[in-house]
Design a protein around this ligand. Structure first.
Ligand SMILES: Cc1cc2nc3c(=O)[nH]c(=O)nc-3n(C[C@H](O)[C@H](O)[C@H](O)COP(=O)(O)O)c2cc1C
Length: 252
């Protein structure tokens, strides 16, 4: 029997939540869905295995790239917990999309979590989260999940979200390299969508970019940026929705 965390976390917030939820799992293996080299077809779980599948919410939906890579895995009846991580606005249909995708590739969903992490574009929202209070709450959730796993109960909880899912709309924010780019190519190597040309890292293919902000977050020169006027306008548009601290939730 093995424990696996299957994570898509371009800038690390989702990974923090996943780690808090799997803290007490023994010898947990990690499958990184941001890795373009990942050969999902080689990853087959056994029915007695347990998985956590964690993804961020982008525009209230799960990133298509993450769902596509998850779809290559075979769950073979393994029990799983799904976790949607969002920046304190809303996660809308992210969890139901994840539920459908997980079941389609053979997992049994036994619990779902929504959790808040710092907004990876508008860092003023949910700044510093998950914080100590979140970690305490996620530890309580982890305990309840552990109890359900031990009991052998596999009943699926009601998971919030709509079907059909809301319409996807891109953020339109494609990070650009500034003059301080030294062309090291780290962004190209780590881009989940292979949108950056490794030979010419200042060139980004806007049709491939998913605006995940990984390149902005990891550039050692802080050379990659998104249009600040667009970000300010977007921040203003969601200010009200983000003004109240949202709680993490467990559906079990
Ligand atoms: C393109 C994009 C769209 C996002 N859309 C939403 C959203 O609809 N609601 C929300 O609350 N947070 C949204 N966020 C914030 C992320 O869900 C949040 O910061 C998450 O922790 C990012 O995960 P990561 O740190 O693992 O990359 C968005 C972030 C990005 C990059």
């Amino acid at each position: 029997m093995k424990y696996v965390q299957i994570i898509f976390s371009p800038t690390g917030g989702t990974e923090k939540v996943a780690k808090a939820l799997t803290r007490d799992w023994p010898a947990v293996e990690t499958v990184d869905l941001t890795d373009p080299e990942l050969d999902g077809a080689k990853l087959a779980l056994e029915p007695e295995d347990v998985a956590l599948i964690a993804m961020p919410s982008f525009g209230g939906l799960a990133p298509k790239l993450a769902l596509d890579r998850l779809g290559e895995l075979r769950g073979n009846g393994a029990r799983c917990v799904i976790a949607a991580v969002y920046g304190n606005r809303a996660y809308e249909d992210t969890l139901v999309q994840m539920e459908d995708a997980a079941e389609k590739c053979g997992f049994q969903v036994i619990a779902a979590v929504s959790a808040v992490a710092e907004h990876s574009i508008m860092h003023q929202y949910a700044a510093g989260r998950p914080d100590g209070a979140d970690r305490d709450q996620l530890a309580l959730f982890a305990g309840q999940i552990q109890e359900k796993l031990r009991s052998g109960e596999v009943k699926k909880p009601a998971i919030p979200g709509d079907r059909p899912y809301k319409k996807a709309g891109g953020s339109g924010l494609v990070p650009k390299a500034g003059d301080n780019c030294v062309g090291c190519g780290l962004c190209a190597r780590r881009c989940p969508a292979q949108a950056i040309d490794p030979q010419s890292p200042k060139t980004t293919d806007g049709s491939k970019c998913i605006s995940c902000m990984r390149c902005v977050c990891l550039c050692p020169q802080h050379a990659r940026k998104v249009n600040s006027v667009m970000v300010s306008a977007a921040a203003l548009a969601i200010k009200k929705a983000c003004s109240v601290r949202k709680d993490n939730e467990l559906f079990i």
